[in-house]
Design a protein around this ligand. Structure first.
Ligand SMILES: [Mn+2]
Length: 407
């Protein structure tokens, strides 16, 4: 049997709802054409209470499939062998975006009431075609800190004499830059399934020798550099246990990093505009989304908030300029601290490293930077006291000293 897997369509996505619709629709309809059943591992909708318009978009796509007679040869059963009525052979789970507490109805459950798809959260559904059985068992998206407990409570088990799929919507330690007990790891996956499918992560990824598949999203949302590859969906073939990734016509996204050295505002604006022109010209048929990441240093006295942009090129769909210049902004300092926390556990070491970096910029040499740090840590007054003491002992003003070094 062939399983079309389309994930994270995010219908109703607020930044570009038309892209979410066009790309999600193309993925679902094209995937259905080449497969017997469909599997959607969550974040079908962008939120738990989408507008009627957004819900209608999805229902219309499902109506289109029903009109084509797609999926007519498939019979569906529950684990007790009872026939389950569904207009279409589609298994879904809710993602983190559509999650509501169990007393409420989210959009995934709502469409389940119409029998256009089957929510497989916490139970298995068997899809049968010409005697071949594929069983899909799911766990909808839950907060990461609860994932392991809920997974253990659900305790998914494969069944004999059929192809077993387990579908979920979580983060995995294997994809994170640093490990956390909160996240699931591959070793937490229930044993004995033939295929594991995960939503949530927006980049296509295959692991465990083709047994663990993440199709990625069909729409750009996070603007991460790794989202630049075309979006698409997966067709899994149970007969030879292989799959293909099929591209859809997704809006191009380019992330460019530009590095500057003591740059003046005009230089930055010129270069950003040149790069935007280049990207736009490389896509004559469609307007791209562009993210420009600015790094490096600004000319002395210039703050990153002083650099403001007018982008000349009208043919870009959306442009985001991400100002990551080194500077004294709170945002950049917080970012730095966050990155450093990965490498050092000791807050004092982090603070000292930041201070030493800053001291390099001012060209005034402290004989004992660690002492300065200790003084500043105690209080601002103690810090100033130490600065005055060093100034006196060196008998020159810091600025004069800087002039000398430069001259
Ligand atoms: Mn998502």
């Amino acid at each position: 049997m062939k399983i079309g897997i389309v994930s994270d369509t995010h219908f109703g996505y607020h930044r570009w709802p038309e892209d979410a619709y066009n790309q999600g629709r193309e993925a679902i309809l094209t995937a259905a054409k080449d497969s017997d059943i469909l599997l959607i591992p969550g974040d079908i909708f962008d939120k738990e209470n989408p507008s009627i318009n957004t819900i209608s978009q999805v229902i219309k796509i499902l109506l289109e499939l029903e009109k084509q007679g797609w999926g007519a040869g498939i019979t569906m059963y529950d684990d007790d062998g009872n026939v389950v009525k569904s207009r279409l052979p589609i298994a879904v789970i809710h993602g983190t975006h559509e999650r509501v507490d169990s007393t409420k109805t989210g959009p995934v459950k709502l469409i389940g009431f119409t029998k256009y798809w089957i929510d497989v959260h916490n139970h298995g559904i068997i899809f049968e075609k010409d005697g071949e059985k594929v069983r899909i068992f799911g766990m909808g998206g839950v907060p990461e800190s609860l994932a392991r407990d809920i997974l253990n409570a659900i305790n998914p088990q494969p069944k004999n004499d059929m192809f077993n799929v387990f579908v979920l919507h979580q983060t995995f330690n294997e994809f994170m830059p640093f490990k956390s007990d909160e996240f699931l790891s591959f070793e937490d996956l229930p044993n004995g399934f033939d295929l594991y499918v995960n939503g949530h992560i927006h980049k296509y990824h295959v692991d465990l020798n083709g047994k663990f598949i993440i199709p990625g999203s069909t729409v750009i949302t996070q603007l991460k550099p790794e989202e630049q590859k075309p979006k698409g969906f997966v067709i899994y073939d149970t007969s030879n246990r292989t799959h293909k990734f099929i591209d859809i016509h997704s809006r191009p996204f380019k992330a460019i990093t530009l590095n500057f050295d003591n740059a003046e505002s005009s230089e930055i604006i010129e270069r950003v505009n040149d790069e935007v022109d280049k990207v736009v010209n490389s896509f004559p048929d469609t307007k791209p989304i562009i993210r420009v990441i600015l790094t490096g240093t600004l000319a002395k006295g210039l703050k990153s908030s002083d650099v403001t942009f007018t982008i000349r090129n009208p043919k870009a769909f959306k442009i985001y300029v991400d100002n990551q210049f080194e500077g004294y902004t709170i945002e950049s300092t917080l970012k730095k601290v966050k990155n450093m926390r990965r490498d050092y556990k000791d807050p004092k070491k982090i603070g000292y490293t930041i201070l030493s970096d800053k001291l390099k910029d001012i060209k005034f040499r402290f004989p004992d930077p660690e002492r300065l740090f200790d003084a500043v840590s105690e209080s601002a007054d103690k810090g100033m006291e130490y600065v005055e003491h060093v100034k006196l002992s060196q008998a020159v003003k810091p600025d004069e000293d800087a002039e000398k070094t430069v001259g």
